[in-house]
Ligand binder design. Structure first.
Ligand SMILES: Cc1cc2nc3c(=O)[nH]c(=O)nc-3n(C[C@H](O)[C@H](O)[C@H](O)COP(=O)(O)OP(=O)(O)OC[C@H]3O[C@@H](n4cnc5c(N)ncnc54)[C@H](O)[C@@H]3O)c2cc1C
Length: 418
């Protein structure tokens, strides 16, 4: 499993790509590990990678019920940004974006991180004020934000409908370091990096039970037999409630479907990520030319990784409102993923009442950008027992006490309102 280099790519091109080897091993599960991670998505894989790289803990297994990256990490619309407003979230996503900026060099893997800039549109004076405050918070955090007036937006995005009767465009908040990355490549890069450091990545291995004795975690039951472990981390995104129930826990999580859409490949037309919050719509263009866009969650709880028609109609409606030219493009594909929606729109990285059992969940529709930061902070917590400073507010007990709630959208700490 050689490292990638320009020379190797050229050499393999010349000899018909015959010299590549699998990017990770396919090991049989061992009887016991120091750490078992349930879930081979972005967060599980990055946690394993940083456990090995930052803390030298390599006797680790990632147990994935399907195939690596087959969950939400490979289903999202790939937006990466650090434009959160509230203390707690702000420093965490700022740290995560810094990790993104060094990720390709760190993993020796092209994750196609593209800082093409993100523009959040506003449509009223009140909304402008809110974005000014957000922009100031971002700058205070050390990140970048530029307020654009209507003409400023027009310079970047001339094809928008600026005079829509319901949502005339007043301006936008530009986050130049925001952008996109290739989602599968992020999963593959972390998987390869973890495997190279000795982590066992075990696919087709569903966790069916968590073994607890006297308040201490002892291991897991799986579709490939029991595995003992000193520590276990539940990092299963949309399945968080189901897996936590195996440990007798009831999480403040509702699982909902979020859909995404992609058109046929077009010539370059959208250079940024554009977010139209009032219409619950956002869009960017992939390197292959497809317009990639999405909207709000389907409003009912579900574990089906497919969406339903009303939300499709809503998203197309918003697209036509914002950029009528999109009506000429043909949608090629749509799909859904299962979101772990938390009441305050903010995540959890914490210990549980069971000794040695950890939980990472509640990433809502924004967990792709969190993959590096989440893995880094979760690995820190598992290895040291201490909360990593940028993620120190992601405690589960905020829902019990009401203290420390991070209501990022200002909609009240209620499911479905953010
Ligand atoms: C349509 C869509 C668009 C999105 N757009 C964005 C975006 O633009 N930007 C952004 O930041 N975020 C976005 N997200 C959110 C982001 O994708 C998720 O928050 C994030 O991927 C969740 O973390 P993960 O990668 O670890 O999840 P997953 O990839 O879902 O990983 C969890 C894994 O756990 C496994 N698992 C579950 N139960 C078990 C079990 N019992 N045993 C073993 N394994 C189990 C699953 O099979 C799965 O592979 C979007 C999501 C969707 C669906």
């Amino acid at each position: 499993m050689g490292r990638f280099s320009g020379l190797k790519v050229i050499w393999e091109g010349l000899r018909g790509q015959t010299g590549w080897t699998p990017m990770w091993r396919d090991p049989e599960p061992k009887a016991e590990y120091d750490v078992v991670i349930i879930g081979g998505g972005g967060h599980g894989l990055s946690t394993a990678y940083y456990l090995a790289k930052e803390h030298g803990i390599t006797n680790v297994a990632v147990l994935e019920k399907g195939y690596l990256g087959g969950g939400n990490v490979g289903r999202n619309t790939t937006i990466v940004r650090a434009n959160y407003f509230l203390p707690g979230n702000s420093e965490f996503y700022s740290h995560s974006l810094k990790l993104w900026e060094g990720l390709e060099a760190d993993l020796n893997y092209n994750v196609m991180h593209s800082q093409r800039g993100l523009i959040n549109l506003f449509h009223s004076d009140g909304q402008r004020d809110a974005f000014v405050r957000r922009g100031n918070a971002m700058v205070n955090q050390g990140d970048d934000a530029i307020l654009l007036d209507r003409d400023g937006v027009r310079k970047h995005l001339p094809y928008l409908d600026f005079d829509n009767v319901r949502f005339p465009i007043y301006g936008g908040l530009l986050h130049p370091r925001g952008g996109t990355a290739r989602h599968d490549a992020v999963a593959w890069g972390y998987a390869r990096g973890a495997d190279q450091r000795g982590v066992d990545l075990i696919q087709n291995c569903e966790v069916t039970g968590i073994d607890i004795e006297g308040g201490v975690v002892r291991g897991v039951q799986t579709s490939r037999g029991p595995i003992r472990a000193k520590k276990v981390a539940m990092i299963v995104a949309g399945r968080s409630s189901q897996v936590a129930a195996m440990a007798g826990m009831r999480l403040p999580i509702e699982s909902h479907v979020l859909q995404a859409f992609v058109t046929e490949g077009l010539k370059p037309v959208i250079n940024h990520v554009v977010s139209f919050g009032m219409g619950h719509f956002y869009i960017s263009q992939s390197d292959k030319g497809g317009l990639v866009f999405g909207g709000d969650i389907d409003f009912y709880s579900s574990y089906a990784a497919r969406g339903n028609l009303p939300m499709k109609e809503h998203v197309m409606d918003a697209a036509m409102t914002l950029m009528p030219m999109i009506g000429k493009a043909k949608v090629l594909r749509s799909w859904g993923g299962i979101m772990d929606m938390s009441p305050d729109g903010s995540p959890t990285i914490d210990k549980t009442p069971t000794e040695g059992l950890f939980v990472n969940c509640g990433w809502n529709y924004g967990g792709f950008k969190a993959v590096p930061g989440s893995g880094f902070s979760t690995a820190h917590l598992i290895a040291t027992g201490q909360h990593h400073a940028p993620a120190a507010k992601f405690r589960l007990d905020r829902f019990l006490t009401g203290r420390g709630i991070m209501d990022e959208e200002g909609t009240g700490a209620q499911h479905n309102l953010h």
